[in-house]
Structure formats: C-alpha cells, structure tokens
Design a protein around this ligand. Sequence first.
Ligand code: ATP
Length: 217
Amino acid sequence: MSENRPLALFGGTFDPIHNAHLRVAWEAAEQLDADVRILPAHVPPHREQPVASAQQRVALVQAALRGQQRLTLDARELQREGPSYTIDTLIEIRAEIGEARPLVLLIGADAFAGLPSWHRWAELFAHAHIGVLTRPGHGGVLPTELRTRIASRRARDATQLRQSPAGRVLTIEVTSLEISATRIRTLLAQGHEPRWLVPDALFADPTLLAPYRSMQA
Ligand code: ATP
C-alpha cells in the first residue's frame, strides 16, 4: 500500500448508525482512494448522551459493516475514560501511522459548521485534513472564525490531500440522503420499523435496535 494513500476517520455518535452514514463514508472512501474508520464517540463533549450504550452502538456498527472491508470500526474512543476529544484521537492515530501519511477527518456539513465549539479545534489542522461531507439542508454560511481559519486551507480536489499529511479542507460532494439518527430513533420509539433507512443486518438480531424501541415516543 502506498504511503500517500490517505486514511480517513469518520467520527460521530452513531446512535444508531444508518444508511446515510454508510453511503457517504463509502463515497468518501472512493473519492479519496482511502480506507475509512468509523469512530463512535463515547461521551460527545458537545452533545446529549446517546440512547444506546457504547457496547450497543459498537454492536450496531459491527453488524452494519459486515460483508465488506473498506469501512472498518475503530472503537478506541469507547475504551477511553471520560470524554472523547477528537484532537486526542488524531494525535494518537498520527503517532501510529507516522508523520507522512495523509489523515482525513470526515465531518458532515452540519457538524463542520459547529467546529469552533470543539475542544482545541484550531489544532485539528496540524494533525489531519478535514473532508466536509455535503448534507441536505446544511450548506449555509459558516461562522466567521471558521471561515477565516480555513480560507487559505481550501483544497481543490482529492489529489491535493495526497500531497501533504494534514492541514487542508476539502468539500466532498456526496449523494444527498435525508436520513438522520434522530428520525430513526423517533420511528422506533413510535413502534415503526425504519426499514431501508438502516441496513437490513440491524433487524437480523432483535436486540440490536431494542434500546430505541423502549424509548418514550
Ligand atoms: P442525530 O440525528 O442524532 O444528530 P446524525 O444522523 O447526525 O445523528 P451522527 O452520529 O451525529 O448522526 O453523525 C455522525 C457524522 O455523520 C456527522 O459528521 C454527521 O454530520 C454525518 N452525517 C449524518 N447523517 C448524514 C447525512 N445524511 N449526510 C451526510 N452526513 C451525515
């Protein structure tokens, strides 16, 4: 494997993982010629607590990823005590893969707009590129401090991300899929089956989606 082949990381709550997560991660893998690690967060510092436990979310991701090798699970943040900060994870993974290999943090457009609220956010660029995945309804104006910070970092295309290990921002146009975990939780809490919004594998074992079925609608 060439050292310039990027490694991409796709963090999130994945409460539960759904077809848009999988599809946009897959498209990013293809566009960047990268492998993608799905990185579920333990206690997202800027979010409410997930409905499913860490183990339950890992089981959901494992079921969803079965049958292919390009998207893999990286459960390190769930094994760490306390909040999982992306900056710590990037530093750790950078130490593992070496200084030269391009590392790309994939972030949906909605989450990217909130980047300035992340712990030590301005340091993220020292360790990784950021790939912003387009998401329906989230293409608006970015906060000024973020716009200023990334103005000189914009990459034209995926090739540019292979030319350095970190520091660029690339918008990755992916298929618009209006699917959210919030909607899936609501459907399950109301007694509906979110078929074809999540992979079939999540229905194969009735315990996988059980945490959401027992929620108050
Ligand atoms: P919730 O509805 O609970 O907020 P979510 O569907 O946004 O959840 P997360 O686990 O919070 O899912 O998202 C993980 C990452 O996936 C984030 O970077 C988010 O922006 C991105 N993402 C989620 N859904 C989509 C989508 N439909 N299109 C593009 N990116 C998405």
